[in-house]
Design a protein around this ligand. Structure first.
Ligand code: FRU
Length: 476
């Protein structure tokens, strides 16, 4: 037992790409996060999982729980493929008042997922009365069947004002989402459709819908999230959102129908889904997204396990000159992983680089603001580095063209950019970079696959450039 544990730990620590503060499956394939919910002190993360191999197939729900959103405990597969029906993406709610009749105690967890066969996709239920440890598929499944091949990824929540459950579910090929209502999670009535609108190149998948308070006011707006693949802002998979209102008739877009807003301008953020049932006194809306892209996920250079999830992010809405925009910040719980930091203020680029010469790490967090063009050469080795910075003309970027292993797929190497503030917050893990600019209104998430020894950090910029502020913490 001890030997097995030790060798598992060794395997973890020797794997150059195994993340330290991002979630990855112990083994085999993973895609979308599913069923994110808070219940009785635990955050649950379910995920699209192939228990039998490192590529997509036999889709089931893997499962992990966390008390702080940064340390995850792996649990057995929660919902497994059965009789040729795969378990596609979906959500989990807390049925506080046993509206479903599934709860043996006061409340229980109910999963609403898509049952997938080659012939069709239907919405189905499963429930758990032991804090998500074991699940029973509902004998009355499916609860919605439109005899359609593409009809998936239900996200459900309790609407306090309307006193009913709301489901938002994708009609991927029609570039629509459909809203349903239900008193008991079993009987569903269609409410209305939204779409086509925004970006429509690829399939619409994995919708989400939630209210957010506009920062600095008491105004509340609704955000409708729709992942799209392909057609994302950096090519391949991407997450778009709409801002507006939601009432008993459905969703009303506050922007012109053609407006496409993007949550993330990197290549690796997809199928983002928010945690339901976070206590009101906490008040946060937190989501997590798949840190990969359908273009090359299957080719990523890991063998035992494949793909990771983004760091959980707190969401907000901010009034910007361009209109209301989603903002994202790494969950505050992550700061508990900071080790002793280092801070520089008002120094030149050259002086900062002298101080950074002895810095070696592969998992850390940086806050940096420079005057003009400049930023980080992160995960720097003798022949590789990832550039993360501001171009001095109002854009921020990650350039992973020479970040390490990039040749496994033609769509992988490249530079991803968006307009944004030069005040940067950067998270570096063993195989990923997340860049949050300004208050988090511009975000870029990119995987990287550098050699384990590429642990240097330098700044780049014009000679003599001023580093207004630099803060670094290694993360354990
Ligand atoms: C999105 C997606 C979902 C589907 C799942 C299957 O990445 O295609 O629409 O439910 O993955 O694994």
């Amino acid at each position: 037992m001890f030997i097995a544990l030790l060798s598992a730990l060794l395997a973890f620590s020797e794997d150059p790409f195994r993340p330290v503060f991002h979630f990855s499956p112990t083994a085999n394939w993973m895609n979308d996060p599913n069923g994110t919910v808070y219940y009785k002190g635990e955050y649950h993360l379910f995920y699209q999982h192939n228990p039998f191999g490192n590529s997509w197939g036999h889709m089931s729900w893997g499962h992990a729980v966390s008390r702080d959103l940064t340390h995850w405990e792996h649990l057995p597969v929660a919902l497994a493929e059965e009789n040729g029906v795969m378990i596609f993406s979906g959500s989990v709610v807390v049925d506080h008042n046993n509206t479903s009749g599934f709860c043996t105690g006061g409340s229980c967890l109910v999963a609403i997922y898509t049952g997938h066969t080659a012939a069709k996709q239907q919405q189905s239920l499963a429930y758990s009365n032991d804090r998500g440890r074991t699940w029973t598929k509902y004998s009355g499944n499916p609860v919605i069947d439109l005899e359609m091949k593409d009809f998936r990824d239900p996200k459900v929540f309790w609407h306090e004002g309307l006193r009913c459950w709301i489901m938002v579910v994708a009609l991927p090929k029609e570039h629509k989402v459909r809203f349903y209502t239900s008193p008991d999670l079993k009987a569903w009535k269609p409410l209305s459709d939204f779409g086509p609108a925004g970006a429509m190149e690829g399939l619409w998948e994995c919708p989400d819908l939630f209210p957010l308070r506009v920062e600095g006011s008491n105004e509340k707006r609704w955000v409708l999230v729709v992942s799209i693949n392909p057609g994302g802002p950096a090519g391949g998979s991407g997450v778009q959102y709409f801002v507006g209102d939601f009432d008993e008739t459905g969703f009303k877009n506050a922007n012109p129908s053609a407006t496409a807003l993007w949550a993330d301008y990197g290549k690796d953020f997809y199928a983002a889904t928010s945690f339901s049932d976070i206590p009101v006194k906490d008040g946060r809306r937190i989501w997590i997204g798949w840190f990969s892209n359908w273009q090359y996920a299957r080719n990523e250079p890991t063998e035992v396990w494949r793909t990771i999830q983004s760091v959980p992010r707190e969401l907000g809405l901010k009034n910007t000159p361009a209109g209301l925009r989603l903002i994202q910040r790494a969950v505050r719980e992550l700061t508990a992983r900071r080790q002793k930091g280092m801070e520089l203020k008002g120094v030149t680029l050259e002086e900062a680089n002298r101080r950074l010469a002895s810095f070696h790490a592969v998992t850390y967090e940086v806050e940096i603001e420079m005057e003009g063009e400049g930023g980080l050469l992160t995960r720097k080795g003798s022949i590789e580095e990832t550039r993360v910075g501001a171009d001095g003309a109002g854009r921020v970027f990650i350039d992973r063209s020479r970040s390490g292993a990039v040749g496994f797929h033609g769509a992988f190497p490249g530079r991803h950019e968006v307009s944004g503030s030069s005040r940067l917050h950067v998270l570096v893990d063993r195989s990923s970079i997340e860049l949050f600019a300004g208050d988090g209104e511009s975000v870029i998430s990119d995987r990287i696959f550098p050699a384990a020894g590429s642990d240097g950090l330098q700044l780049f910029g014009a000679p003599g450039a001023q580093v207004r502020r630099l803060k670094i913490w290694k993360l354990n």
